[in-house]
Design a protein around this ligand. Sequence first.
Ligand SMILES: [Zn+2]
Length: 331
Amino acid sequence: MLQPTATPGFTSRSACPVCAGTDTHRIYTARYDEDPVRALVQSNFGRQGVIDWSLLAGVPFEVDKCATCDLLFQVQTPNDAMLEVIYTQMISPGFLDEYERGLLTLDEFHRIAGEFTVLFERIGKHPADITMLDFGVGQGRWARVARGMGATVYVTEIGDDKKQLARTLGLEVIEDEDVDRMTFDLVHTEQVLEHLVHPGRDFARLARAVAAGGLFKAAIPYRGKLEQLLKSKGLPTEAMFASGGAKAIPGEVEAFASIQPLEHLNAFSEKTIDWLAAHNGLRKVSEVRRRSISVQTGDAQGLVRGAKKVGIELVKAAMKPKIGYHVLERA
Ligand SMILES: [Zn+2]
């Protein structure tokens, strides 16, 4: 693993970090130490951890668009030492533990298991014969379910605490460079690609690791009309969780969250994912988060609730919902 450099700071990405193209132009310019970016960072991290403003003094916040692959990306990216600050101080482990625990619900378990059922059926192997890579496992919300269903789940993560947790969940912890020597039936990325400093390089590494007939799941924030919103309104001053409710304009909140300062460094459009698939030997098989449904059979109410869930999922499948969800397949 890379050792953090001594001083937290930023480096600039001059070329497109997905396609390496240089046909880019600036669509937004601001500064970390002035509103709206300052207020947005305060809104987002103020309740999650501690912000050291001296690290952000004088740092520009700029967003470029690539004409070749359509990516929108933050030009300034945190170096390793700054990433360490962001993911251990600005987002405190205690906050993360509690947040993740709140998501380990029965409903969430069924949703995740239902999605893996669909993906595993497409792979077409006995679950115990399926190998999966969960790249950036986090607290293991997804990986623990796949493991429980029988798959062998390899995981990568930064930080010893998360690695230790993964081991207690029966997951196979590997180092980032091990990915380059292995193949998997399912390469799973859930809200990870938007965080990467080198998304094009790492996407290619992950695509290479998909076995023949295997799948690459890329779930990312939905970008929507982010480009128009940045040009017309600029960044908002409140983070996604802080706004919402009646104030939220449908679609707008999610779009802004796709370029969250310090965290979501890359905002992919469908065109960007198509470019990545085409250049890495993959083809798109789904843009809908399909899942099988569990139904409680104990009483009539359970059956009615189950029928409602089925209806909702059928509508979603028919409408192609506006989410950043892509299942790619290696022929
Ligand atoms: Zn590009």
